[in-house]
Ligand binder design. Structure first.
Ligand SMILES: [Zn+2]
Length: 152
């Protein structure tokens, strides 16, 4: 695959991995000797042209010259979430939609205000949920520039 593709069902976007080092899993120092790409990742992202978009990239592997045996470490970046297989920007937008929908449902069901529910959420939940805390707003270094988390 050499170019981005707009298919009937999905959009494929090829991403080139960046960075000139990884942090060594063994010693925590910079591993700087490039030793090739990792297997390709497929990451779900926002829709493009009304189709689900998938980003494909091959993270870089680096060898640590500080450690005995010169182990290799794959550079993984924080703009994607490997466990969910999607970009953090997309995951966080889904989370906000879930919370927004739940707030609307509860407002109607229990006849309480959104502000009251937001207060409860802040007191009970946000310290547990990264990115929803006012003191530490999440900033995503994502594809297409920086993006801040939108508040509920
Ligand atoms: Zn090392």
């Amino acid at each position: 695959m050499d170019a981005d593709v707009v298919g009937e069902r999905e959009v494929t976007i090829l991403i080139e991995a960046t960075g000139d080092h990884a942090i060594c899993n063994d010693c925590g120092q910079k591993a700087t000797e490039f030793c090739g790409p990792s297997p390709r990742l497929r990451l779900r992202h926002f829709q493009v042209f009304n189709r689900p978009a998938y980003l494909y990239l091959r993270p870089k592997r680096f060898r640590c010259l500080h450690c005995y045996g010169q182990p290799e470490t794959t550079r993984l970046d924080d703009w994607y979430d490997l466990r969910s297989g999607m970009t953090r920007a997309f995951a966080e937008s889904l989370l906000l939609e879930i919370l927004g929908g739940a707030l609307n449902d509860l407002t109607l069901k229990h006849q309480v205000s959104r502000d009251l529910l937001r207060g409860i959420l802040k007191r009970y939940v946000t310290s547990e949920v990264e990115g929803l805390n006012d003191k530490a707003p999440a900033v995503i270094n994502g594809v297409g520039g920086d993006r801040s988390l939108t508040r509920l």
